[in-house]
Design a protein around this ligand. Sequence first.
Ligand code: SAH
Ligand code: SF4
Ligand code: F3S
Length: 495
Amino acid sequence: MIQKKMAHIITYGCQMNKYDSDVISRILEENGYDLTDDEGCASLVLINTCSIRKHAEDKVLSKLGALSIRKKDTPELRIIVSGCMAQRLGAKLVHRFPEIDFVVGTGMIAELPNILKGNGNNPLTPFVKGEDNPLNPPLLRGTNPLSLFDNGEKVYTGESSCLYPETHINKKGLKSYVAIILGCDNYCSYCIVPYVRGKPRSRKPVEIIKEIELLVKTGCKEITLLGQNILAYGRDINESFVRLLRDIHAIDGLLRIRFLTSHPRDITKDLIAVFPELPKVCEHFHLPVQSGSDHVLRLMGRGYTVEHYKRMVEEIRQVYPCPSITTDLIVGFPGETADDFENTMNLVKEIGFDTAFCFKYSPREGTPACKFQDQLPEEEKARRLKELLDVQKAISLQTNQKLVGTVQEVLFDEKNPKEGAPLAEVAPLAKVALLAEIALLAEEAPPADECSLLGRTRGDKVVVVPTKTHKIGDIGMVRIAKANNWSLKGVFVDK
Ligand code: SAH
Ligand code: SF4
Ligand code: F3S
């Protein structure tokens, strides 16, 4: 049964969206909502959406279809759509699903409190039309050119000057995301992100530090800094990424720092040389290469060559003995020849990525590549994807096998999911396989008084360790005893 002021959030897409959902949770709670995992009893369902590939949007559309049907029986249900699809489609979403109550674009999260308060005294009622109506939230009133009333009162898209409301994190957990720069202006020819997330806007260092200090006070030990191109941090506000890293590194109680995503064009030898000076920075580098062919990289507008990429990986391997290098790859880009694809396969084998997130090219309306000649047939894209995934799977196993016998620092953040805890983030295609591996590893666990803990190495690999004494939140040294495709098994070593 629907319960008043219970809200359920559904999040699609990348880590940035997950972070935004954390912010949204806080706003909902501050406005009197209790969050629930049970969609069926929520009076408000908020869908935080992704536009990166057609498949991501299809999932949202089918969810909206189901919710719209439900709303016919339960008209008191409120549906809010936020995120990249909300920004991209705006009023079109409301035309297709009139059951939607509000569409809130990526730049308008800070307006959510006003939207929740609604028009006058009625929560979640649309605002009265008319730019100067005093009931409209300030950002949506008067002269702000970005305040678009696309569809009367329900659609809030545009780019606000305020990125997030002031105090917005109340998440408790060992690990947290912290967005430090929003947006991207690289305009890679296939990518929708610059159109839906706007130009790069860095958050102020003081704001970021304050947020991380708060997180650490509530038990956070590892943070992952987020940005579509994190190495662009500070350019717009005369700050620097390295300076920020140093300040974050100085926060007492914080043990690990990760960051995503580094654009290979912006990674330099000098930058790489700084990381080992900051031991809390984990030796895990997510460097999306996209293709192993200079011809395709040019068409994509990536701004680097395969040679540059290889050199940077080499630099990283010079400064760290055993770093994790992970990547994103797109197959079947328009104009990708059999030779281009072969070059990608060769690069994957040569570098030996720890993990690769591999995607079939998905045309996005409004991006240049969508209109390129020589679009590849779906079957060919699927064939190339399968070939690539098979090779990468074997390479992931090899990179894991190299760790057998080594001692790794592991931060334990979960119990064996068989015992009921959710599994932290892994490559989506690997998730099912990883769960199966963990189940097998855990079954091998000896006596009943031992449980299996799951943790991550500094290189972000999942490790299962049987223990009687350790608990979630501990950090320990573990000798790796066994390697699978997506996970490791180990035993604690005495200090
Ligand atoms: N900012 C990051 C990527 C963000 S999107 C970067 O520059 O690397 C995450 C990944 O989705 C991309 O790295 C790319 O591999 C993939 N991707 C983006 N647009 C895509 C499209 N139209 N079709 C298929 N994959 C896409
Ligand atoms: Fe998209 Fe390129 Fe920006 Fe990454 S760098 S978000 S792939 S435009
Ligand atoms: Fe998707 Fe938007 Fe992230 S398009 S990948 S949710 S920035």
